[in-house]
Design a protein around this ligand. Structure first.
Ligand SMILES: C[S@@+](CC[C@H](N)C(=O)[O-])C[C@H]1O[C@@H](n2cnc3c(N)ncnc32)[C@H](O)[C@@H]1O
Length: 288
C-alpha cells in the first residue's frame, strides 16, 4: 500500500469508520463507550476540549515532571487528540502518519517505537502497514486507553510505561514521536534515550509543534529548543517529511561529536541567534 488515498482510508479504518459510520462518529462513539458516557456528552467534550484542557492545565502545579504527568492523566487531552485524528482523516489537520507512511513505503517494515504513543492510533495504523510497533508513554490514562483499543482491534502492539521501564537498547529501526517533543521537559536526555533505542542506522522522525499561541501542555515556543540537541545526541539530519524532521542515528567519534555540539550551539542557541540579529540590524543601520 502506498497510494495516499488508500493510506487515508486505512487511517479512517483504524479510527473505526465503516460504510455506516463516519470517522467523526466513530471517534465520538469510541470515547463514549470507553468512558461510559452518552454520545452527546462525548461529542460536547470533543467540541469543547480546548476549554476543558485549559481548565485542567490550570488547576495544578505543572512545573514538575509529576505535575506534567498528572495533566496527561486527565481525560480531556484524549478528547482533543482523538478529534485531531478525525481531522487528519479529512486533512483539516496535517495527516502526519499518512505523510510518514508515504516516505517509509520504500523501507521493509520491521520494528518501530511510537514514542508518546497517546491513544495509539498511529501505532495501529503502522501495524496495519506491517510494522511491529511498541508504544511508549508516561500516562496511565493514555496507556490504559491504548491497551483497551488494541484489544478491540486485535492488535499486537506492545505498550511500555516509561515510568516503570527503560527503552530497550538497539531495538527499533524507526522511532516516531508525533506531537510529543514540545511536551517533553528533558529534551537532551530523551533524544539520547531514543538514539540508544535505535538500531545502528535507525531513523528518528518527529515534529515540534510549539507555536507562541499553542494549546496548553506545550513547554516552550519554537523548534530550536529541540533541534539544537539532536545532532549532539548522535544523529545526522536527513530531508524533512513535510513538517516532520528526519534524522539518522550515526556513530560519532569524539571530535565529530564536539563539532556537532559546537555547530548546534552556534546555530540554535537563542542568545547567539538574538545576538546575530542585533549584529545584522546594526550592520543594516551602518550601511544606510
Ligand atoms: C499530544 S499527545 C500525542 C499522542 C500521539 N503521539 C499522537 O500523535 O496522537 C502527547 C503524548 O505525549 C505523552 N507525553 C508527555 N510527556 C511525555 C514524556 N516526557 N515522555 C513520553 N511521552 C510523553 C502524553 O502522555 C501524550 O500521550
Amino acid at each position: 500500500m502506498g497510494d495516499r488515498n488508500e493510506l487515508l482510508e486505512l487511517w479512517g479504518d483504524v479510527l473505526g469508520a465503516s460504510d455506516d459510520t463516519t470517522v467523526d462518529e466513530a471517534v465520538v462513539a469510541e470515547l463514549a463507550d470507553y468512558f461510559d458516557i452518552d454520545r452527546d456528552e462525548a461529542r460536547s467534550r470533543c467540541d469543547d476540549y480546548e476549554r476543558h484542557t485549559a481548565e485542567e492545565w490550570a488547576d495544578h502545579d505543572r512545573s514538575t515532571p509529576d505535575g506534567l504527568i498528572d495533566y496527561w492523566n486527565r481525560r480531556s487531552p484524549l478528547f482533543g487528540i482523538l478529534m485531531s485524528h478525525a481531522h487528519q482523516y479529512s486533512e483539516e489537520h496535517p495527516a502526519s502518519s499518512v505523510d510518514i507512511a508515504e516516505v517509509l513505503a520504500d523501507r521493509t517494515p520491521t520494528t518501530m517505537l511510537d514514542y508518546g504513543v497517546g491513544p495509539a492510533t498511529s501505532s495501529f495504523f503502522f501495524e496495519r502497514l506491517g510494522w511491529q510497533v511498541t508504544g511508549a508513554d508516561v500516562s496511565d490514562t493514555m496507556l490504559d486507553f491504548a491497551r483497551w483499543r488494541a484489544e478491540k482491534r486485535h492488535s499486537e502492539c506492545v505498550f511500555l510505561d516509561l515510568r516503570e521501564r527503560e527503552l530497550a537498547t538497539g531495538a527499533y529501526d524507526v522511532v516516531v514521536a508525533l506531537e510529543v517533543m514540545a511536551h517533553v521537559p528533558d529534551i537532551a536526555a530523551t533524544l539520547t534515550r531514543m538514539r540508544d533505542a535505535l538500531t545502528p542506522d535507525g531513523m528518528l522522525v518527529f515534529n515540534v509543534y510549539a507555536p507562541p499561541d499553542g494549546p496548553c501542555g506545550h513547554l516552550f515556543v519554537g523548534n530550536h529548543h529541540v533541534i539544537r540537541h539532536v545532532r549532539s545526541a548522535g544523529f545526522e539530519r536527513r530531508p524533512r517529511i513535510g513538517k516532520y524532521y528526519r534524522y539518522q542515528r550515526v556513530e560519532h567519534n569524539r571530535v565529530q561529536h564536539a563539532i556537532a555540539v559546537v555547530k548546534d550551539v552556534l546555530r540554535h542557541n537563542a542568545f547567539v541567534a538574538g545576538g546575530a540579529q542585533l549584529v545584522r540590524g546594526a550592520a543594516r543601520r551602518v550601511r544606510r
